[in-house]
Design a protein around this ligand. Structure first.
Ligand SMILES: C[S@@+](CC[C@H](N)C(=O)[O-])C[C@H]1O[C@@H](n2cnc3c(N)ncnc32)[C@H](O)[C@@H]1O
Length: 427
């Protein structure tokens, strides 16, 4: 096999041989159990050394051990039987997201090409329609091949730069849809310009593809995405869906799906918000919506519901769009890392947490009274709240009120010297 040429005696080549002999699958499950029970590299080697074929030397075994540590990590992302180094697994796609993207690809006929294959996890889900995978790093390309086979999937895997003319020629001969989850700069730079391969080059190279899905860094601001879309649409008329994927009320992934004209089932640009069990579609609001001045806690009406939106959404520039969708215009300012807002209606939405009920508000001098009023004597004397030590104070209040025993969580929101006491409403 082309991919293995010259790699036969490298550790990854030897691990591939284990797979070829049909022993890797069983070995993964036994060794993973041993590792989970606490065996380290040395102990694992000692236990299994004798039963392993002679070509698995210590160096290959070390790599195998690393790939199994990653395998355990991948299990937590929903992948039962894959291997990979831990750092690659942490960048790889969780299974539910890979399945969701594969469903979108299934709406259109043609072969899928993953041009930033990594260890091939997204590709496992894309393989049912036929798969070409391109990965610049040979070791990863081999691991991706093993992962596909372990999951009973087939694909043509190439080790190459996916923008290299030779590979582009191969790919262009097929009717293609392109998946590209590029590498990001690890530190510092986090914009669209810091992706590898670059979104502009991918688009230039594969402009004829019916569908191109680009994964963008999760904190990319929507304005930067609009600038990018504006630029590319001057040259290539594409329709698009901008997708925010949320896990635990945070934006984890942004996907930009670019369709050739007439290919998408929607006839207007959309924002789609996805969580494990919900999907929201919103038309794109181009003009800036002006959110009225932030409210001070003193002015807040207790009859309203309170919600928490992750600050990432403000950074993404999405909060005005979400406020608009729910007809909400009152934001509570506070010094925490989240954005809190008020709504007259109850809201269920993957990117906002709540509702919370206001169980008390006032200045820090009156908070003692508030707590006593709300809990009718269940609260004893609460010492004056020292705002310079918020977390300790919060813990002390929680203990006094028996918050843990009541199975609820207490939130203290503050702006300047005002406090808001919140309790989640469980529905
Ligand atoms: C974030 S990872 C992809 C993870 C993958 N989606 C998964 O679920 O396993 C990005 C990969 O793109 C590869 N890559 C970066 N530039 C490339 C290029 N020009 N051609 C091919 N692969 C490239 C990197 O080596 C890296 O493995």
């Amino acid at each position: 096999m082309e991919l293995l040429k010259g790699m036969e005696n490298k550790p990854i080549g030897r691990i591939y041989r284990l797979y070829k002999k049909g022993v890797l699958r069983d070995l993964i499950s036994t060794y993973r159990e041993d590792i989970a029970r606490g065996l380290d590299l040395k102990a694992l080697w000692k236990k299994h050394e004798k039963e392993l074929p002679g070509y698995i030397d210590r160096k290959s075994f070390k790599l195998l051990y690393e790939l199994l540590l990653g395998s355990l990590k991948a299990k937590r992302k929903g992948w039962d039987l894959v291997i990979g180094k831990q750092e690659d697994v942490s960048l790889a796609t969780p299974r539910w997201i890979a399945m969701h993207r594969a469903n979108i690809f299934r709406e259109i006929d043609g072969i899928n090409a993953d041009i930033a294959l990594g260890i091939g996890l997204q590709a496992i889900e894309l393989a049912d329609q036929g798969l070409i995978g391109v990965e610049i790093d040979r070791e990863k390309a081999i691991i991706a091949t093993i992962n596909l086979r372990l999951n009973d999937k087939q694909g043509e895997i190439y080790c190459n730069d996916s923008l290299n003319t030779e590979i582009v020629e191969v790919l262009k001969k097929k009717s293609l849809k392109i998946m590209c989850d590029p590498s990001r700069a690890l530190k510092g730079k986090k914009g669209l310009n810091d992706l590898e391969p670059s979104p502009w080059q991918v688009l230039n190279t594969y402009r004829e593809a019916e569908l191109i899905c680009l994964e963008l860094p999760p904190l990319t601001n929507i304005r930067d995405i609009f600038v990018f879309l504006n630029d590319i649409n001057k040259e290539y008329k594409k329709e698009y869906v901008l997708e925010y994927i949320a896990d635990d009320h945070r934006v984890n992934r942004i996907n930009l799906y670019l369709y050739n004209k007439g290919v998408s089932r929607f006839n207007e640009p959309l924002i789609r918000i996805i969580s494990r069990d919900e999907e929201f579609l919103m038309p794109i609001v181009k003009e800036e919506r002006i959110v009225p001045r932030d409210m001070s806690i003193r002015d807040i009406d207790d009859s309203l519901y309170v919600y928490r939106m992750h600050k990432g959404l403000d950074i993404n520039g999405l909060s005005p769009i979400i406020f608009d969708m729910f007809n909400v215009d009152k934001k509570i300012i506070n010094n925490s890392r989240d954005v809190w807002f008020l709504s007259e209606e109850k809201i269920v939405f993957p990117l906002v947490e709540g509702p919370f009920r206001i169980i008390g508000k006032g200045s820090m001098n009156t908070i003692k009274g508030i707590i006593q009023e709300v809990y009718h004597g269940r609260a004893t004397i609460i010492p004056r709240i020292n705002l310079t030590n918020y977390w300790e104070e919060k813990k002390r209040i929680e203990e006094k009120l028996g918050i843990k025993e009541r199975g609820v969580k207490l939130y203290l929101l503050r702006d300047n010297s005002n406090l808001l006491l919140l309790e989640p409403i469980y529905q």
